[in-house]
Design a protein around this ligand. Structure first.
Ligand SMILES: [Zn+2]
Length: 255
């Protein structure tokens, strides 16, 4: 039986974490501190009032504009807060209050941040992916998928993309995949193990191809300009961290 009060508390906690993820998304690519100074308008630099920082409500009360200079505030902020809250509630309902929930939520937060940063800036900061590999492996010492699956996931995840990147570079004489993607898939392998890492890779490549073909069909440009691969990896990893085991079991015919 689901405890409604706890579920709501988890959702509210998710909103607050989402608010922090916004700070990471905005400041990590700029190499700014995550804790100081407090939030301010990126155009007029006016500090926000404490109640402007209340997730969702702050944005709603400001009607999406800076109080001082009137510049439009990106709808990405409340969206990230809402998505994070939904992910937290879904994770809580799926995994229950156990240590694996903490590992998976931490992982989900990293994927959300990488998704937006890669989408907006076309980079996947090392400061997330490299510690991510270590943290994922550390969790796997005593949690699923276990240290061996995690270690193989790191090697195979990084290795596969490194080979693809190298092959692409030799054939096309230009970079298709960056080292950021390589490190990101290694991190995914560390947290989810090599099997779900492969599910992630298949899902992401599939979504990437669909998106690429759509872009070509709409004649909006070349396939490689569609979307950065890290955004697909992030979505693929989130999906497979939730339904990956079911997909694998179905595919391997265990049902
Ligand atoms: Zn302003």
């Amino acid at each position: 039986m689901v405890d409604l009060t706890k579920t709501i508390l988890v959702g509210v906690f998710g909103l607050a974490v989402g608010s922090f993820l916004n700070v990471c998304i905005y400041r990590l690519p700029l190499d700014e501190s995550l804790v100081w100074p407090g939030s301010y308008c990126p155009r007029c630099r006016t500090s926000l009032r404490w109640y402007d920082n209340v997730p969702l409500f702050g944005y709603a009360m400001l009607r999406g504009r800076c109080r001082t200079c009137g510049v439009r505030i990106s709808a990405m902020y409340p969206l990230i807060e809402a998505v994070t809250a939904v992910v937290f509630v879904a994770g809580y309902l799926l995994f229950g209050a156990q240590l694996l929930l903490m590992a998976r939520l931490l992982f989900a937060c990293a994927m959300i941040v990488l998704f937006v940063i890669d989408l907006q800036c076309r980079i996947l900061p090392n400061i997330i992916t490299l510690p991510g590999v270590l943290v994922g492996f550390a969790f796997s010492l005593f949690l699923p998928p276990g240290w061996l699956d995690s270690l193989i996931g790191i090697m195979a995840g990084g290795g596969i993309l490194l080979l693809i990147a190298e092959a692409y570079y030799r054939v096309r004489k230009e970079e298709g995949l960056g080292m950021g993607d390589v490190k990101m898939l290694a991190m995914i392998g560390a947290f989810l193990g090599w099997k779900l890492m492969l599910v992630t890779l298949v899902l992401s490549s599939f979504m990437g191809s669909i998106m690429g073909l759509t872009v070509i069909a709409l004649k909006k440009g070349d396939m490689k300009y569609a979307l950065p691969f890290g955004t697909f990896l992030a979505v693929g990893a989130l999906v497979s961290s939730v339904v990956g085991d079911a997909v694998l079991n179905w595919y391997l015919g265990f049902y």
